[in-house]
Design a protein around this ligand. Structure first.
Ligand code: FES
Ligand SMILES: [Fe+2]
Length: 526
């Protein structure tokens, strides 16, 4: 045992023992010295006298023997005193051993956990790439994200441009105005999962203000966000027993827009605000915004394809006209030029990018494994094929890939120059990922990065449009799908009810002959 580990009493005893040992040595030395002195002093000491001396005083041998006994006793005492400490130390040592074993076991567990975390992070990294890649040509923005700064200049009045010789006579016409005919559709305005009880959500559509909430039965309701009394925004109020209570004087409106309570005054019958027809389907809240007529088309089917699981639903406010955003989403040729920091980082510039029409408003990209379509009035759908998570396999068809990401973008015309964007992402693999804590933040981050790359360009287009610029000055073959969207939009005003219904049913309508348009774009390019 090392002195350093002795307890204080034990140390004391050990010191005493050492002190006594030194005393004994001194005494023995003294005896021996004394004997030598006697021998030198008198050589005539007799045996008798020695005998007498032996009888009266102990001999040096006896003294040594006694001292040795003393030492032995002291040693035993020390050992006795030390024994409990030793026992404690043994027990402590055993406990230390046990703790060390437990520590080693914990270390092993930590290493296993670290491996698991590393693996999960690796998967998430891959997923990040997947999402970015799967955004292919599509953009998304976050509500809280400020758009990239684009210097807002005083918009010059649209003018006849003198550089029209370099343009094709496509007949396409972009506009920042919202056509009234666009109102006559069903619009998904919120995800069911995000419409919580006792919450009032103000929503702007076609420049009009609405408030979305759940009534007493939990049914989604959408009424005008403007009190019938003094025009206070109802969304500033609260919900009481399923009725919206105005924050100003407490009038209460039900899900049908009827006022049911007027505190502090005599109740007047028949007071109401406008309410929209609401349908919940496929996890989305749809409203019919047509003003003068009942719905004449079916609520569109926007459920993810069979075998896909929804992983992310994001609602975004984007400061651009919704048509420009639709055209951006329907364009993949820009990816290796625009998305150089996200999903298209390192992509080579293809010799040719093509879009093969499979239907009037949809088809597949070449060389990218992405199927894409426009669904009137404001939806885009895309399915991205992946051979490995995060890796878009150029040169393949979407259907040839093992894994897929499906995207829905709903580009709601909030008001002039403003879009409410609903984004839903589904996967047919990695179903467990949606339970990973913080995964929604990751999706949002990815969406935000991709948006940042698109938004400054689209905002720039909008600025040029405000100055009389033409976003369809010289379309080429890879613009085909966006051209079709724009043609659909331009023709909207003259579309009959029947043709509109047919178009929705057929997912395209027979507005254009595909071959004719293909020929036009190909030949005029030469
Ligand atoms: S403004 Fe709403 S109750 Fe008066
Ligand atoms: Fe993009």
């Amino acid at each position: 045992m090392q002195p350093a580990v002795l307890s204080r009493p034990a140390s004391r005893l050990a010191l005493q023992a050492r002190g006594q040992g030194r005393t004994l040595q001194n005494r023995v030395a003294s005896r021996v010295t004394g004997r030598r002195s006697k021998s030198s002093r008198s050589a005539a000491v007799t045996t008798a006298s020695l005998q007498t001396e032996r009888n009266d005083t102990p001999t040096w041998k006896e003294l040594v023997s006694n001292d040795l006994k003393y030492i032995s006793n002291a040693h035993e005492k020390v050992v006795q005193a030390l024994n409990p400490e030793e026992r404690e130390m043994v027990e402590l040592q055993q406990k230390m051993d046990t703790l060390q074993e437990e520590l080693a076991s914990a270390h092993g567990q930590i290493h296993r956990s670290e491996d698991l975390v590393d693996k999960t992070l690796g998967e998430l990294k891959q997923l990040e790439k997947v999402v970015a890649g799967l955004q292919g040509g599509a953009t998304a923005a976050l509500l809280e994200v400020a758009p990239p700064a684009v210097e807002k200049k005083e918009a010059a009045p649209p003018m006849q441009r003198s550089d029209s010789k370099s343009k094709r006579n496509t007949g396409l016409k972009s506009t920042l105005k919202i056509e009234p005919e666009l109102k006559n559709f069903w619009y998904p305005i919120q995800f069911t999962s995000k419409l919580l009880p006792d919450v009032l959500e103000p929503i702007e559509l076609f420049g009009e203000t609405w408030v979305l909430f759940r009534d007493a039965e939990g049914k989604a309701s959408c009424i005008r966000d403007e009190c019938a009394h003094r025009a206070c925004p109802l969304s500033l109020g609260s919900i009481s027993e399923g009725r919206v209570t105005c924050a100003y004087h407490g009038w209460e409106f039900n899900g049908a827009g009827a006022c049911e309570k007027m505190p502090s005054t005599r109740f007047c019958k028949g007071v109401e605000v406008r309410a929209l027809q609401v349908v919940e389907r496929d996890g989305l809240v749809f409203v019919w915004t047509g003003e003068d007529r009942e719905p004449d088309i079916e609520v569109p089917d926007l459920a993810p394809p069979e075998g896909y699981v929804i992983h992310s639903e994001i609602v975004l406010d984007v400061p651009v006209e919704h048509g420009l955003l639709v055209e951006n989403l329907l364009d993949l040729a820009h990816a290796p030029f625009t998305h150089t920091s996200t999903f298209a980082r390192g992509w080579p510039i293809p010799e040719q990018v093509k879009f093969h029409l499979l239907e009037k408003l949809g088809g597949n990209w070449d060389p990218y494994p992405i199927d894409m379509s426009f669904l009137p009035p404001v939806m885009t759908l895309s399915t991205i094929g992946l051979n490995q998570p995060g890796k878009i396999e150029r040169g393949m068809r979407c259907g040839e890939c093992e894994k897929h990401l499906h995207q829905l973008h709903v580009n709601l015309p909030a008001k002039e120059g403003r879009t409410r964007l609903l984004y839903r992402m589904s996967l047919d693999f990695l179903g467990w990922v949606r339970f990973v804590p913080g995964i929604q933040m990751l999706w949002k981050q990815v969406a935000n990065q991709v948006l940042g790359e698109d938004l400054r360009l689209v905002l720039g287009q909008q600025d040029r449009m405000e100055r009389g610029g033409d976003t369809w000055g010289f379309p080429v073959p890879y613009d085909k799908l966006a051209v079709r969207y724009r043609r659909w939009r331009n023709q909207l005003g003259g579309m009959s009810k029947a043709s509109k219904a047919a178009e929705i049913t057929m997912n395209a309508g027979e507005m254009f002959m595909g071959d004719e348009e293909e020929e036009f774009l190909e030949t005029t390019q030469a």
